[in-house]
Design a protein around this ligand. Structure first.
Ligand code: HEM
Ligand code: HEM
Ligand code: SF4
Ligand code: SF4
Length: 400
């Protein structure tokens, strides 16, 4: 008699062969993480208790078999809210060992790795943790401080402590950050492009309509699927629901966006109007930067607290270092920025500037090979979901 594992392997191989899903060669061995999600989805597809919880289950009911592209797609649709784990009668210690959030998290990191650009940098995801984040931030700060000492040399005592450009000339800053920013953006773009190519095979080749794009953006901006489908929030450490994960994520996300807008507005001021930093406290870049910095710092404290308290079965514990390394860099970026803004005229300003720039650089360098990838991959999966659910289901089941 065939074991469940053998049956799963055969079903996945069939799904891959029929749908020509895989961007990696079709005869590539199926990873254990893909097989595990596939096994669990076949059980969930018979049970369907969690149908209304999130986008994963309606997407699952459109399928009878789960090839690797289907699994990659579903894994990035999952928001790791934990609702299906806490509701499941087949969760460990039951012999079926159903733990959808954990299995999905393990596939998610494999998709980031598989679609990383350049490909050989994919392994960095597995090593990206708190120690790397700290070492990079400290190393880059020292490097920048040495560069500043070298540039300013004999003028060190006559520096204008209210003007950052007397420490690092504007052109030096641009030539340090622009290439890194361009590389990060391109590398994330390429990763998501490969990923979209893969999951389009599993969903549909139709381009997303304006309505689908708007709804996907709304899902991402409101984190619709981080609430278990009932609006009371997600699980964290136990069976109780909490909205705090969503709220702290909002503080983090929107705080980051405000800081980003502050830098963008400052760039426009500089190049379009010739207005040079530092800006007054009541200026737009300052208002955006200070409010964004406070929001980002508070969001990171909350997310870290919830992350450390999370139930051990919830998600993939081996990815905690990557999550925490990212939260640490975001927190350090916001707090060093805020300290810098309050340090004008102080002798600590040059060192704080090097620290802020060192941390920002460490954050940028690790962005495409760490937790930040979740934003781009999840948004891509949501766009495919909102496109697919508007098409007739090819197995005659309703889309929702
Ligand atoms: C398309 C936009 C985004 C979506 C849909 C999204 C969604 C999510 C979801 C569902 C989680 C919880 C599950 C998990 O740990 O993977 C999460 C975690 C996290 N997100 Fe986002 N996110 C987005 C953008 C961002 C951005 C721009 C930032 C910050 C710059 C950010 C920071 C974080 C952090 C720090 C965590 C880890 C929290 C933890 O360890 O529990 N996210 N995100
Ligand atoms: C995602 C990236 C970044 C974040 C989250 C961030 C965050 C912050 C925050 C919260 C502040 C304090 C508020 C303010 O004065 O606006 C600040 C100030 C500052 N940041 Fe950043 N920053 C980032 C990128 C950068 C980059 C790329 C540079 C330079 C190349 C930079 C240079 C500065 C300077 C010079 C200040 C002091 C501004 C002043 O006091 O007038 N930051 N940053
Ligand atoms: S997670 Fe458990 S309860 Fe939910 S659909 Fe799957 S098997 Fe059923
Ligand atoms: S953990 Fe939450 S988002 Fe992920 S499949 Fe379960 S219910 Fe859906």
């Amino acid at each position: 008699m065939q074991t469940l594992d053998q049956l799963t392997r055969e079903a996945v191989a069939l799904a891959n062969a029929e749908n020509k899903h895989n961007i990696p060669p079709q005869d590539a061995p199926l990873s254990d993480s893909v097989l595990e999600v596939s096994r669990q989805m076949m059980i969930c597809n018979s049970c369907r208790y969690c149908e209304g919880f999130c986008a994963v289950f309606p997407a699952m009911t459109r399928r009878l078999e789960f090839g690797s592209s289907d699994v990659h797609y579903l894994a990035n649709l999952c928001h790791n809210c934990g609702a299906c784990l806490h509701a499941c009668q087949y969760a460990p210690p039951h012999e079926f060992k159903i733990n959808v959030p954990k299995a999905m998290a393990q596939v998610r990191i494999d998709t980031y790795t598989a679609y990383a650009w350049p490909a050989r940098f994919g392994v960095l995801y597995k090593n990206n943790g708190l120690w790397i984040a700290m070492a990079l931030a400290i190393g880059l700060t020292l490097f920048l401080q040495m560069t500043a000492n070298f540039l300013n040399g004999a003028n060190a005592l006559s520096l204008d402590l209210s003007n950052f450009y007397s420490i690092y000339p504007h052109n030096t800053l641009v030539s340090l950050f622009l290439p890194i920013f361009a590389f990060v953006t391109f590398s994330l773009f390429m990763g998501v492009r490969h990923f979209l190519g893969d999951i389009k095979q599993a969903t549909s080749k139709e381009s997303a309509t304006g309505v689908a794009l708007t709804e996907a953006a709304e899902n991402a901006l409101t984190l619709k699927y981080l609430d278990g489908g009932h609006g009371d929030g997600c699980n964290n450490e136990d069976d109780g629901f909490t909205k705090f994960r969503k709220y702290f994520h909002h503080l983090t996300f929107y705080g980051f966006m405000l800081c980003f807008s502050a830098t963008s507005v400052a760039t426009i001021y500089h190049y379009l109007f010739g207005w040079e930093a530092p800006y007054a406290w009541n200026s737009l870049p300052k208002a955006l930067g200070i409010s964004g910095g406070i929001s980002l710092a508070l969001g990171c404290i909350g997310l870290l607290y919830l992350n450390l308290k999370r139930h051990p079965l919830h998600g993939d514990p081996s990815q905690k270092p990557m999550d925490i390394g990212f939260i640490f860099l975001l927190f350090m970026t916001s707090t060093t920025g805020l300290l810098l803004a309050f340090s004008h005229q102080s002798t600590s300003m040059p060192l704080l500037l090097s620290l802020h720039l060192g941390v920002v650089m460490a954050l940028f360098i690790t962005l495409p090979y760490g937790k930040f990838a979740h934003a781009a991959f999840r948004l891509a999966a949501l766009i495919r979901f909102q496109t697919e659910r508007r098409l007739p289901s090819n197995i005659g089941l309703s889309a929702e």
